[in-house]
Design a protein around this ligand. Structure first.
Ligand code: BGC
Length: 484
């Protein structure tokens, strides 16, 4: 299978002739530190597999491996109106989904920009904002009102423990969120109460991680789907495991559920290697972690997800400036602001098609008020390539670990997220990294391919809400057994 995507960024090797020797010398260590060999990737994957197992064990480990309580494959015959909401990093998406009953669906989408202060503001403000957006959409689509509350699937893309599908106890915020009073609590009643307050007829049926939604939505249209993964502001993956292979659920599920049943697992593998055993962290990764709202958490994610790529580049550039190697004598106040460079920076830098990198010149001039020389831009471009390449290579380690663990020899890995969809060359670099891990022979089709996913947080959440309603109607459980 050939997957579509932006063209890979070209390396500009051989064009460094005009770069001063001192500067060339200064970036050499970055080449080394940010380049991850196939052998290192294999070492990371091996450790990853044991960490996935540890996460499923009774004692638990760093990787949460959260059972998502999706225990059925959709039949395609699901029907009805559902609402799905997705609280992402920058937007709240509200999707009305009409499942048609013939593997078909219609969606009506609305997007609301999340005012940035909500990410670290008060919880009441956050829930009120979400409820009001929901009201706006529902009033608009159903002006005459509805006879029964509309079932809602809530895509909540943060590590949330679930003893049942309509529960999500936030373990910890990720991706720079920090709203007090939510960690350690169940977010479902908070949302349900907020919608009640503004008077929208909605019943929160299921809480879904974006990776589980992606897995289910893509499995609905492509039966070869073995994982749902997100390469975006955060990174994570979901897959189906066999109940009998999940020691921590032993004795906790209803007795009539066979050990051969499947269970969707939200891995939350952004927290892989919080113990720092294999990941080749640079001092910049260490600094990002130390200065983050949750030091010590999400070690893997902090090295490769979209939230951090621009910040990595910023820290390196600032250091080169302080060593008087670039931007000499200029005011770099703007560059000193943490997170001023989002992922669109390295992404646009890599996309610049001009030999003299004039787009890069404009970006630095317009957005950071910094003038750049051509040699400086070549160095900036090379650093962006190194960061982008490292991100892609690391991100596939989770995929290889799951596929090896589940012994999948062929698979479609359904992927979504801003980095997968927008970062130039990401898909090709990721495919190459998988090839390096597996050492597949050249010239043949790769047996495991990463493909663009269906809309997990909209359609996936709606299908899961439909599956949940069906299970409840059939008297089947959607969580641990009573008193477990
Ligand atoms: C969250 C996951 C989520 C991933 C991708 C991570 O920061 O912990 O729940 O799936 O980002 O959105």
């Amino acid at each position: 299978m050939v997957h579509l995507g932006p063209k890979p960024a070209q390396h500009r090797k051989g064009t460094f002739a005009d770069v001063p020797a001192q500067l060339l010398e200064a970036i050499k260590p970055f080449e080394q530190e940010f380049t991850i060999s196939g052998a290192k990737l294999q070492e990371i994957v091996n450790h990853f597999i044991s960490e996935l197992d540890r996460g499923l064990s009774k004692a638990g480990g760093n990787i949460p491996m959260i059972p998502g309580w999706v225990m059925d494959y959709p039949t395609g015959k699901e029907t009805g109106n559902y609402v799905a909401i997705d609280l992402g990093g920058t937007n709240l998406r509200v999707v009305l989904v009409k499942l048609g009953g013939n593997r078909d669906f219609d969606t009506t989408q609305s997007k609301f920009a999340l005012p940035p202060h909500l990410r670290t503001g008060s919880k009441d403000e956050l829930w009120e904002f979400i409820a009001k957006c929901l009201k706006e959409v529902v009033d608009d689509v159903f002006p005459e009102g509805v006879t029964e509350p509309i079932p809602l699937g809530f895509t909540f893309s943060y590590p949330a423990s679930q003893d049942r599908i309509n529960e999500g106890i936030l373990q910890r915020w990720t991706k720079g969120w920090d709203v007090p009073g939510i960690e350690g609590n169940d977010v479902v009643p908070m949302l349900q109460e907020a919608v009640k307050k503004v008077g929208v007829p909605i019943n929160v049926v299921a809480l879904i991680n974006d990776t589980v939604g992606t897995l289910v939505a893509s499995g609905y249209t492509d039966p070869e789907t073995k994982m749902g993964v997100i390469f975006g502001t955060g990174v994570n993956g979901a897959y189906y495991d066999v109940l009998g292979d999940i020691p921590k659920l032993e004795g906790r599920c209803d007795d009539d559920i066979p050990a051969t049943s499947l269970m969707a697992i939200n891995c939350e593998y952004g927290s892989f290697d919080n113990e720092h055993q294999v990941l080749p962290r640079t001092k910049y990764d260490i600094q990002i972690d130390a200065e983050s709202p949750r030091p010590g958490q999400q070690s893997f994610e902090k090295m490769n997800s979209g939230y951090y790529l621009g910040e990595l580049l910023r820290l390196i550039l600032l250091e080169l400036y302080e060593k008087e190697l670039i931007f000499k004598g200029q005011n770099v106040d703007k560059l000193k602001k943490p997170f001023v460079m989002d992922t669109s920076f390295p992404s646009r830098i890599e996309l610049d098609p001009f030999e003299n990198l004039s787009d890069v010149a404009d970006i630095f001039q317009d957005e950071l008020k910094i003038q750049t020389t051509e040699p400086e831009r070549k160095i900036i471009r090379r650093l962006a390539e190194l960061i982008g390449e490292r991100s892609a290579r690391l991100s596939v380690c989770g995929i290889a670990a799951i596929c090896k663990k589940r012994k999948y020899e062929t698979a479609h890995i359904a992927a979504d997220g801003s980095v997968f969809n927008k970062y130039p060359g990401f898909r090709e670099r990721a495919a190459k990294a998988l090839r390096d891990i597996y050492e597949w022979p050249a010239g043949k089709e790769d047996p495991i391919v990463i493909v663009a996913a269906e809309d997990g947080s909209g359609v996936g959440a709606a299908i899961i809400a439909a599956l949940t309603e069906k299970r409840l109607k059939d008297g089947k459980s959607v969580g641990v057994k009573a008193n477990a």
